[in-house]
Design a protein around this ligand. Structure first.
Ligand SMILES: NC(=O)c1ccc[n+]([C@@H]2O[C@H](COP(=O)([O-])OP(=O)(O)OC[C@H]3O[C@@H](n4cnc5c(N)ncnc54)[C@H](OP(=O)(O)O)[C@@H]3O)[C@@H](O)[C@H]2O)c1
Length: 250
């Protein structure tokens, strides 16, 4: 079993981050919980039976990963979970909001990985879980920036998996499909079938527990099949199909 002594979860004030924190605490890991809403982080911290450090931080701001490391110090497990998705045609979205989406979903993941990985390599032990999505496996008209941000996370993480494994550090991308969290409060358009956070985090933990952690894991057999199937669909059909699924009429 993968047993980190100290783990950091970003986006721990809601959804998947809360469940990650609970599961890691149940494994006896000390925690660092990071997000913007301090009250929620403190409430979660009070409910857990392990030592918890709360870090209030806006990860969409420049050099967020380095600042997070300065606040938290080294950890054995980094979960880059904070993220959000915008929904609608690109030209209808405020440019500042799109920039924030890229900064949080992409830049902060790179910056935090760069900041936390060296101490894991030095220890010859550690793990990094980056939140991708089934959105990573095809372009999505109507969620163009979100889909591309998760495609970046998937590609980046799989490269880091190969760079880090010889140092004893497990890196994997977790790709959930639709999951019942607060995500759709922002992204809109919630689909009917959703997994629970418990189901999704169990998949991530099983991946970390494997002797050879895979470069990515998709949560749910149906989601895994759909993600795999995207490679069989001609490109000129794939994007319009994905757009229809998120309710985009091109
Ligand atoms: N739910 C799904 O269907 C689904 C599917 C695939 C992938 N994912 C991915 O899973 C991850 C977690 O999402 P979720 O479903 O748990 O969504 P959620 O319930 O909305 O939680 C999002 C978390 O991200 C944090 N966050 C947002 N903006 C932030 C910022 N600027 N700085 C720091 N933290 C920030 C939020 O905290 P504060 O607001 O307190 O800062 C919150 O804790 C995301 O990367 C998402 O893209 C979700």
């Amino acid at each position: 079993m993968f047993s980190p002594k100290r783990s950091l979860v970003t986006g721990a004030s809601a959804g998947l981050g809360v469940e990650f924190a609970r599961v890691l605490a149940a494994r006896g890991s000390e925690l660092v919980l990071a997000a913007r809403r301090t009250d929620r982080l403190e409430e979660l911290a009070a409910s857990l039976d392990v030592k918890v450090q709360v870090v209030t931080i806006d990860l969409s701001l420049p050099e967020a990963g380095r600042r997070l490391f300065d606040a938290a110090g080294p950890v054995d497990l980094l979960v880059n979970n904070a993220g959000f998705g915008t929904h609608g045609a690109l030209v209808d979205e405020a440019p500042e909001r799109l920039a924030q989406e890229v900064a949080l979903n992409v830049a902060a993941v790179v910056d935090a990985t760069r900041a936390f990985l060296p101490s894991m390599i030095a220890n010859g032990f550690g793990g990094i879980v980056n939140l991708a999505s089934t959105a990573a496996f095809q372009p999505i008209p109507g969620m163009a920036v979100y889909g591309a941000s998760k495609a970046f996370v998937l590609s980046f993480t799989e490269a880091m998996w190969a760079e880090a494994r010889k140092h004893g550090v497990k890196v994997t991308a977790l790709a959930p499909g639709a999951t019942a969290t607060e995500f759709f409060d922002i992204a809109g358009n919630p689909p009917g079938r959703q997994q629970t956070p418990e189901q999704v985090i169990a998949v991530a933990m099983r991946a970390l527990d494997r002797r050879s952690t895979p470069p990515h894991v998709v949560s749910g057999a149906g989601n895994a099949f759909a993600a795999w199937g995207t490679r069989l669909v001609p490109k000129r059909l794939l994007a319009p199909m994905a757009g229809r699924i998120v309710g985009f009429r091109g």
